[in-house]
Design a protein around this ligand. Structure first.
Ligand code: FES
Length: 155
């Protein structure tokens, strides 16, 4: 038979466990895992001269362009307010759907409100011969950073 004292202790113990679990949950907040900033995107041979390669735009947020000078990785983030432009092959430009900014294949802005060119990411060759893009290192044209050897993979 359950006495009132036993019942009270049971209620007290349950309340204590509930309070402790709330405190412990507070000490281990949800962790957001950022997507990888460094990734391999295959051999340079798989990128055609003069083409804007869009195969990584959704997964990694980069366009890969092979120019006569080399291969570079452009950010898919518009420098106006952060929308994602689209590559318009027939017009040979990136066009932002939000406010109409346009960017040449090089990433240089030429129309609309975007105040500066698209950013480029670090690009190099990994030991296994694949292209390695590192989005943690950005290069901005207006700061003269496109002359950095890591902003263009000479192949
Ligand atoms: S966000 Fe691209 S033009 Fe405004």
């Amino acid at each position: 038979m359950i006495t009132w004292l036993g019942f009270a202790w049971t209620v007290f113990a349950a309340a204590t466990v509930a309070a402790l679990s709330t405190t412990l949950r507070f000490m281990f907040p949800n962790v957001l895992f950022e997507p990888k900033t460094s990734f391999k995107i295959g051999s340079p041979d798989t990128y055609e001269l003069g083409k804007v390669d869009t195969r990584w735009e959704d997964k990694y947020g980069v366009w890969i362009i092979r120019s006569p000078e080399g291969i570079y990785a452009l950010s898919t983030v518009c420098t106006h307010l952060g929308c994602k432009p689209s590559w318009m092959d027939s017009e040979q430009k990136f066009k932002c759907p939000c406010h109409g900014s346009g960017f040449y294949k090089s990433g240089i802005n030429f129309e609309g409100p975007a105040p500066r060119p698209l950013e480029r990411f670090s690009i190099s060759l990994a030991d296994d011969g694949q292209i390695l893009v590192d989005k943690s290192k950005k290069f901005q044209y207006e700061k003269g950073e496109w002359s950095n050897p890591l902003s263009l993979l000479a192949v």
